[in-house]
Ligand binder design. Structure first.
Ligand SMILES: [Zn+2]
Length: 320
């Protein structure tokens, strides 16, 4: 396992070493055709690519097909340290910083960061159990303190605040899950909690009415902050509130401002680090590489790329 960035650069100093690692992490060392799942293959181009041995397929593929690295002309020797850096910087890393660290343009760094965030998405992990705290927060907002170039304007040229709501749930002592939503509503609370929380848990929320209907499906503890109540017995919403402050410190401190369009990816990035907080940086990096296979399985090749290559460069998202 790599111990630090220097170690990583030494281990993965050329493309073939990076590919070997990917083949190991993605396929357990034995290539599988991403088009038909056939396991017999021919090694071609000196090991750079493979040719499927299934006679009705016969397609050529490389280990990066269907992963975040696909169709990018950025070498793996640049992708690997980028993945290591984003996974190990506790508050994230801005595209400006990453561009300086790796010697790529800010636009390239921005694009890489979004692609990496996409692979950090928690698509299929276990639902939360035990005692689960649910709460919401709002990211962004106050235009008053913003430089003119960063304010949001409506069609008439009037500045307005964008506050993007995020719903979250955390298992006491365990994992967090977060979802950017259009509004905090009963309906969104039902969807979010049903998708992420096991039956039979004790649900702890504040007295926001949005959680009352879904709360009927659980033992529901409501903490009424309005009357100065912060704890009922052992129950509280402090873990979720602490998580929000980590998320906000990261987003405001490193990324400064995030458009609602990209907010979910930032949420995924922070949740990924939080949920692997007990791992060493090297182990987290290796885990990040294994998730590429999950992406292939679920997003699959027919799905349209989540970040289109022609995504305009939106500097306000994380500029310094
Ligand atoms: Zn095939």
């Amino acid at each position: 396992m790599v111990k630090n960035l220097k170690d990583l650069m030494k281990h993965f100093s050329d493309e073939s070493k990076c590919r070997e690692m990917l083949i190991q992490q993605r396929w357990n060392g034995s290539p599988v055709c991403p088009y038909c799942n056939h396991t017999k293959h021919y090694v071609i181009e000196g090991g750079k690519r493979f040719k499927c041995a299934n006679q009705v397929c016969y397609k050529k593929y490389s280990v990066t097909v269907g992963t975040v690295f696909e169709a990018s002309n950025i070498p793996l020797t640049t992708w690997f340290p980028a993945m290591y850096l984003i996974a190990s910087h506790k508050k994230g890393i801005s595209s400006i910083q990453l561009s300086k660290d790796l010697g790529v343009t800010q636009k390239t760094a921005w694009f890489m960061l979004h692609r990496i965030r996409e692979s950090l998405k928690d698509n299929h992990s276990e639902m939360l159990g035990g005692i689960v705290q649910a709460d919401e927060t709002f990211i962004g907002g106050d235009n008053r303190n913003r430089h003119k170039s960063k304010k949001h304007f409506d069609e008439t040229g009037k500045a307005f605040d964008i506050k993007a709501p995020v719903m979250g749930a955390i298992e006491t002592g365990g994992k967090v899950k977060t979802q950017a939503v259009n509004a905090v509503t009963k309906k969104n609370a039902i969807t979010f909690i049903s998708d992420n929380v096991q039956a039979g848990v004790t649900l702890v929320t504040d007295s926001n009415h949005s959680y009352f209907k879904i709360g009927k499906k659980f033992e529901h503890v409501k903490i009424n902050h309005g009357i100065g109540e912060y704890k009922i017995g052992l129950f509280h919403t402090n873990s979720m509130e602490n998580y929000w402050s980590v998320l906000k410190r990261g987003i405001y401190g490193i990324y400064h401002q995030v458009s609602p369009k990209h907010l979910q990816r930032y949420c995924d990035e922070f949740a990924y680090r939080f949920n692997s907080r007990d791992m060493k940086d090297g182990a987290r990096f290796e885990m990040t590489l294994t998730r590429l296979q999950g992406r292939l399985k679920y997003a699959h090749l027919i799905a349209k790329p989540i970040i289109e290559d022609n995504t305009p460069f939106i500097q306000t998202d994380d500029e310094i």
